[in-house]
Unconditional design. Structure first.
Length: 187
C-alpha cells in the first residue's frame, strides 16, 4: 500500500509542466539561501571547525542550483510517465506516492540551512540531512519503477547528500555539537 498525502504534495500540475517543475525547487532553494542572510552564513561557515575535504563556501550555491534543477526535471519525468492516461493504475498510485515523498524531501531539504546556520542546531540539522538522504534513496527506488532515467538522475543528488551529511556531522562533532553561545574560532 502506498501513501498519497494530497494536502502535503505539490500539485501534479506543477510536476507535469517541465518549466514549473524545474523552477520551483530552484526558486525555493534560492529564497531560503537569500533569506538566511548569506553574509552571516558565510561568516559562520568560515568560523566553524570543518572536517577534511570541505569545499570553499562559494561552491554550495552553484551545486545546489544544478541539483535543484535536476531534481525538478526528474520529478517532471516521473509525473509525465506515471500519470499518463496509458499508465496502469498501480503505476499511477506509485507515482502519486513518489510525488508525496518528493514534496516531503523538498521541505526537509529546505529547512536544513536555517537549522544549521540560523538556529545553529547541528544535532537537528544532522537528523534532518540523514532523513533527507534516506528519503532520497527511497525516492530513487520509487522512480526506478516509473522512469529509469529519472532514477539515475537522482544519483548526483544522493552523492552530494552523502558528502553534505559527512560535512554536517563532521562540523557538528568538531564543534562539540554547539554552535551557540560561544565565539566560533576558525579552524
Amino acid at each position: 500500500m502506498t501513501t498519497y498525502l494530497q494536502s502535503l504534495t505539490i500539485p501534479s500540475s506543477i510536476f507535469e509542466n517541465q518549466a514549473a517543475s524545474v523552477l520551483l525547487p530552484v526558486a525555493l532553494g534560492a529564497a531560503v539561501g537569500y533569506g538566511t542572510r548569506p553574509t552571516e552564513v558565510k561568516k559562520t561557515y568560515m568560523a566553524l571547525k570543518q572536517p577534511p575535504l570541505h569545499p570553499p563556501s562559494w561552491v554550495f550555491g552553484p551545486v545546489w542550483t544544478v541539483l535543484y534543477a535536476v531534481m525538478g526535471y526528474s520529478a517532471h519525468r516521473v509525473a509525465s510517465a506515471g500519470l499518463s492516461a496509458l499508465a496502469a493504475p498501480s503505476v499511477i498510485e506509485n507515482t502519486r506516492h513518489a510525488m508525496s515523498i518528493y514534496s516531503l524531501q523538498l521541505g526537509i531539504n529546505l529547512i536544513w540551512m536555517p537549522l544549521f546556520f540560523v538556529a545553529k542546531r547541528p544535532v537537528e540539522a544532522s537528523v534532518d540531512i540523514v532523513t533527507l538522504l534516506g528519503l532520497n534513496g527511497y525516492l530513487a527506488y520509487l522512480y526506478s519503477g516509473i522512469d529509469e532515467t529519472a532514477a539515475w538522475l537522482q544519483v548526483p543528488y544522493l552523492g552530494w547528500l552523502s558528502f553534505a551529511t559527512y560535512l554536517c556531522v563532521g562540523a557538528g562533532h568538531l564543534n562539540k555539537w554547539d554552535f551557540n553561545g560561544k565565539d566560533l574560532k576558525r579552524s
